[in-house]
Design a protein around this ligand. Structure first.
Ligand code: ZN
Length: 154
């Protein structure tokens, strides 16, 4: 069992995300909780390429995309590895997440450990928008909160 953890922080958003993987071929389970989100609005949830937040979330680079794909939804074959869709908050701005993903991994050369979780200001359109940026960023807007993924105690 491989475990990783990320403390996500922004001006209003605070959250903790846990990643667990049985072995290198297993899907990764992603669980976590957030407060301070926009009430009843979807906000993009993405893994960025660099574990660098020296200039805030902006130093984390772009969506983690080791295979040169276009932006998409978690269920799509054509997506960035870092594309994990959206978080939907309650009316009080809280959300919990619990899903599995088969494209991210906690082992090997494409491990997400040491990269950055970003929560966006707006909804990720999952690559379905009309404009060009839909295929690169999902038009998810500002980088509202972020944190570097680290190795967690098993
Ligand atoms: Zn993307």
């Amino acid at each position: 069992m491989i475990k990783a953890k990320c403390v996500v922080e922004g001006t209003s958003i605070k959250g903790t995300v846990f990643f667990t993987q049985e072995n290198s071929n297993s899907p990764v389970r992603v669980t976590g909780a957030f407060i301070g989100l926009r009430a009843s609005v979807q906000q993009g949830f993405t893994i960025y390429e660099f574990g660098d937040i020296t200039n805030g979330c902006l130093s984390a680079g772009e969506h983690y995309n080791p295979f040169g794909k276009t932006h998409g939804a978690p269920a799509d074959e054509e997506r960035h590895v870092g594309d994990l869709g959206n978080i939907l908050a309650s009316v009080s701005g809280k959300a919990t997440i619990n899903f599995t993903d088969t494209m991210i991994s906690l082992t090997g050369p494409q491990s997400i450990i040491g990269r950055t979780v970003v929560v966006h200001g707006d909804r990720d359109d999952l690559g379905l928008g009309e404009d060009e940026t839909s295929k690169t960023t999902g038009n998810a807007g500002s980088l509202e909160a972020c944190g570097i993924i680290g190795i967690a105690e098993v």
